[in-house]
Structures are given as structure tokens and as C-alpha cells.
Design a binder for this molecule. Structure first.
Ligand code: ADP
Ligand code: MG
Length: 419
């Protein structure tokens, strides 16, 4: 009998695109945990951008468990609940064409103009729905309720992944705060009746931004308190070093033992995208000039990376998003604190950071003249801001009461551009 041949394949670098399920590493335990939680809860999967959320979602979609059919959509640019429902409908049609007939069976709003589903091309359901149901936005509740009803009538496990929902909610807030309130209340009620355990439909909502402050400010935090919060874990120091070692070894690169750990130190809190980019840079530098890669080479590549245009594109995002999601005076306070933190000294490869007291002073001096709130309120707002900055990956508590930039790359970049 012939043995199956071993295919030795070199893993690819992924620098920005979604990592396909077969190449996704270090996430097995987390994905197992996700599937277990899905059995009993609706979930929210949180992590800043470029940490690997969509890749995990893609894994759920490509290799579903427990008999689930998974529908994925990214709703980052949507501005209305009705468009969320249409996105789900459209993606259902694209991702599960065989089930689509059963989904819309008896749903007259759709079946009246959709006699032959086969004739509708990619993205076509949404367009046709809008054409035929002119006031589809006005009656968003009716359409949403119909969608829930139809999904439930399938009587089989359905997992709906809604990526970047917080962005859509922020869009709603800007356009129509009342609609945001109405939608959040309506959506929670629909999700929770019946209870998940008795429901065949599950929701996994993904987000790169932290909604807590926004919703808290509008007294809406209880509208998402049924969701089980599953933060995407950071890659561990060991996983990071394993990644560097294996990607280089697979390409026959010779390197000093210390190379993976030095790269890990420079990264700080690891944003997986930057891990990939930096490792790829090291590999390219070796390819241009084959030699044994040394610790000093890692430092040189790190310096180059921070000033490269490739990094510029990705890092600029972290700067701009502050302005998008942080409102004044928190925005100015965040800028002032980060401008301070990007200059803190490093001793023996470790950032000294700044004390909480120093940061609080900086925050207070950023209040506009005459607008200083009372002491207890200042303190509350400061703690809230620090929590947001931590959750959004800008800062990290490096020692009791001391904070520093979470990402070494971001710190170096910030210093270069904004100090
Ligand atoms: N498990 C992983 N191991 C290594 N790199 C990863 C991993 N997951 C994600 N990445 C890196 O992060 C990048 C962004 O992944 P993505 O899933 O789009 O993140 P997000 O949705 O959080 O923005 C990928 O292109 C890849 O460089
Ligand atoms: Mg994503």
C-alpha cells in the first residue's frame, strides 16, 4: 500500500489580507472556545484592527462545527438597520444558495419579485429588494422581523457573523441618534426572545472599536449586555518567537538564536500584522544579501520599517481613528498623553513609561480654559479614557501605576511624526 506523500509547504506571509483557514495558526484553542460559547450565547468578538478577527471569523465560516451554516458580512460602511438586513439576505444568497429558497419561502415581500433566485447575480438580492420595496428603510422593523421569522423557520443552526458592527452603530449615531436607540433596543429584544438555548439563530458581532464609552454616554450599555464578550487573545511571547523562527527556517534563513526574542521585544504588544511585516522584511533583507541574521539586523530592519511607506499606511490608521472615535476633550487629552508617552526612555530594552499621576496632570491641562470639571468627574473621565486607550491598544499598564505605548512600532512611529 502506498503511503500518502508528505507535502512540505512553506507558509506564506499575509500582510493585510485575511489569513485563510488552512494557514491560520495559534488560534485553535480560541476557535474551540468560540464554538463552545456559540452553543449557548450570542457573542461579541473584540480586538483592535489588524489583530486577526476577520481571519478567525473566516475560519468559523470555512470550517463550521455543530451543523451550523455560517453567514458572514462586514457592515462597516452601512448607515441604516434596513441595510443590515439586506446585507444578511444578500450574503445568505451568495454563501448558501441551496438554502436560500427555504429561507425566503412564504416571505411575500421577497417572493413577489423574486420568482427565480437562480437568475439573480452576486449582490443582486439587495439591489432588487431596494428597487421593489421603495420605502424599505422606513419599515425597517417589519423587514427585520420578517428576516428573524424566516431564519427561525429554517429550523437548523444558523450563525450570523456581523463584522465591524460598532462602526455601523457609530454611523447611526452620527446620522440619527434616535434610530440608534430604537435599533439597539429592537435588536436586543429580537435576539433574546426566545433565549439563545432555544433559538436556532446565533449572532456573532465583531468590532475593532470599543463601544462601551459611546453607549455608556447614551445610557445604552444595557442594550448589549446579553452578549458574551470574547476578546481575541494576544499572541503569546512563545507564539511570536515560534512564528519568527518557523517562517525564517522554512525559507532556509540562517539566524542567531536571539533574533526571534529581539523582534518580540521591539514589537511590544504584538499586533499580528506588524509581526508578519517585520518578519517578512527580515527575510527580504536576507534574500538581498544572504548572511547569518544578527540581533543588530533586527534593530536596523525595525528602524527601517517604522519609516517605510508600507508601515505609514497601516500606522496612520491608528492616528486617524482617534479623531474618528474619541470626542473632545478626550481626543486632545489622548493626543497629549500619547505625545508624552512616545518619548519615555527605555532602559535595558524596557520602556520606563509614565506614572498615572503624570498622565492625569497632562489630561487636566488639556481641558479648555474655564471648562475644568469638578475633581471627582475629572477622575472618572480620566479613568474611562485610560480604559479606552488600553482597550484600543494604544497604551498598556507596564508596571503597577505606570503606563507606556502598547506597541513598540507605534511608539517609534509616533515619536517620528508627532513628538
Ligand atoms: N493567527 C495569526 N498569525 C499570524 N498573523 C496573523 C494571524 N491572524 C492575523 N494575522 C495578521 O493580521 C493581519 C490582519 O488580519 P485580520 O484577520 O484582517 O485582522 P482584523 O480583522 O482584526 O483587522 C493579517 O493579514 C496577518 O498579517
Ligand atoms: Mg477585520
Amino acid at each position: 500500500m502506498s503511503q500518502p506523500k508528505r507535502i512540505s509547504s512553506t507558509p506564506d506571509f499575509y500582510v493585510g489580507s485575511v489569513v485563510p483557514a488552512e494557514d491560520l495558526r495559534f488560534r485553535d484553542d480560541f476557535i474551540r472556545e468560540l464554538w463552545e460559547s456559540i452553543l449557548t450565547h450570542h457573542l461579541i468578538l473584540k480586538a483592535p484592527r489588524r489583530c486577526g478577527k476577520t481571519s478567525v471569523m473566516e475560519h468559523l465560516r470555512a470550517t463550521p462545527q455543530h451543523g451550523y451554516s455560517v453567514i458572514y458580512e462586514n457592515v462597516q460602511d452601512l448607515t441604516h438597520p434596513a441595510d443590515l438586513f439586506l446585507a444578511i439576505l444578500d450574503n445568505f444568497r451568495d454563501q448558501h444558495p441551496n438554502l436560500f429558497h427555504a429561507l425566503v419561502k412564504g416571505w411575500e415581500t421577497v417572493t413577489s419579485w423574486l420568482p427565480k433566485v437562480e437568475e439573480v447575480g452576486y449582490g443582486g438580492v439587495k439591489t432588487k429588494f431596494r428597487e421593489h420595496v421603495k420605502d424599505y428603510r422606513e419599515h425597517w422593523r417589519d423587514h427585520g422581523e420578517a428576516l428573524f421569522r424566516q431564519l427561525r423557520s429554517l429550523k437548523r443552526p444558523i450563525l450570523i457573523i456581523v463584522d465591524e458592527l460598532p462602526d455601523m452603530l457609530i454611523n447611526l449615531k452620527k446620522e440619527d441618534p434616535k434610530l440608534l436607540r430604537d435599533f439597539l433596543s429592537w435588536f436586543r429584544d429580537k435576539r433574546c426572545d426566545p433565549l439563545p438555548k432555544k433559538d436556532n439563530v446565533r449572532w456573532l458581532l465583531g468590532g475593532s472599536i470599543n463601544l462601551s464609552s459611546t453607549l455608556d454616554g447614551m445610557s445604552l450599555l444595557d442594550r448589549i449586555n446579553d452578549l458574551k464578550d470574547l476578546p481575541l487573545p494576544d499572541l503569546t511571547p512563545r507564539q511570536i518567537e515560534t512564528f519568527v523562527r518557523e517562517m525564517l527556517e522554512a525559507r532556509l534563513v540562517e539566524f542567531e538564536q536571539k533574533v526571534p526574542s529581539r523582534l518580540r521585544e521591539l514589537l511590544g504588544r504584538p499586533i499580528p500584522l506588524f509581526l508578519q511585516m517585520l518578519t517578512q522584511d527580515l527575510f527580504r533583507s536576507w534574500r538581498n544579501q544572504p548572511r547569518k541574521i544578527k540581533k543588530a539586523d533586527v534593530e536596523i530592519e525595525f528602524g527601517r520599517f517604522v519609516t517605510s511607506t508600507a508601515a505609514q499606511d497601516k500606522l496612520q490608521h491608528y492616528y486617524t481613528r482617534l479623531a474618528k472615535y474619541y470626542e473632545e476633550p478626550a481626543l486632545s487629552q489622548a493626543h497629549e498623553m500619547l505625545n508624552h508617552l512616545c518619548l519615555t526612555v527605555e532602559k535595558a530594552g524596557k520602556d520606563e513609561g509614565a506614572s498615572r499621576a503624570t498622565l492625569m496632570q497632562i489630561a487636566e491641562s488639556a481641558y479648555p480654559p474655564g471648562k475644568l470639571p469638578p475633581v471627582h468627574e475629572r477622575k472618572r473621565l480620566f479613568l474611562q479614557l485610560m480604559r479606552d486607550l488600553e482597550n484600543d491598544f494604544y497604551v498598556i499598564e507596564i508596571a503597577e501605576g505606570r503606563y507606556g505605548f502598547a506597541s513598540g512600532i507605534m511608539k517609534a512611529w509616533w515619536r517620528k511624526h508627532y513628538a
